[in-house]
Design a protein around this ligand. Sequence first.
Ligand code: DC
Length: 246
Amino acid sequence: MNEMNEPTGGNEMQDNAATHPVIAIDGGSATGKTSTAAGVAAQIGFAYVDSGSIYRAVALALSRKGITESDDPRIPDELESLRIRVVPEGTRFEVWVDDVLIGDEIRTPEVSQASSRIAVRGDVREVVRELLRGAAHRGPMVVEGRDIGTVVFPDADLKLFLTADVRVRAHRRWLDLVRLGREIPESEVERDLTERDARDSGRQHSPLRQAEDAVLFDTSAGSLEEQVARIVRMWQEHEAARDGEQ
Ligand code: DC
């Protein structure tokens, strides 16, 4: 069963339209989505949601039950019995699975690959999609992922699509892993990223792609601060235009 901390009731969780503003930030692995989304959210007072962490938490829970392949016939039953909660905590959302708070254990290269593998499944995607749409009823949020602007919130108020040179991305991810105490060659990290992006972009269900109305950002160069400031300005202009219409 999958639920929010406090269910919002009725059919709201199935409702496509978010009742609060949503900023969607999509892009491939290690394109800078997390720092950008968290930075923008902090500046404009929105909650920040990392949808990849929900896929990672599901992948970890399944792998702890010995399920590592996406075609394992036990997955539907496991999905039914897993208790996944996306719980607001300050300006972030925590992910809980079966009453255990998920932390950095989902940040390993093994869980990265496992999450990309299980994310090809329509039933897994549906679970995550409904959790995210449920969260949108709580308040405004910045959501990062792969299909946020295309499928989860096609009516998002502002959509960004991040890209970056693969070497820059691999170096960033390598630094993250070093910080977590993992020694791994950068070339291996680059291979992992490329493989994951190919799978995430090539899958049948909600593949990674830029929404037609998303603004493309190349994050290879330039500072995070500038990038966040640009998006905050875009949001303020969007707000001003909307207020002008009313
Ligand atoms: O953003 P991330 O690297 O933590 O995501 C891990 C995996 O989860 C990614 O390789 C594919 C999947 N994912 C997805 O399919 N759709 C999303 N909206 C977010 C993540």
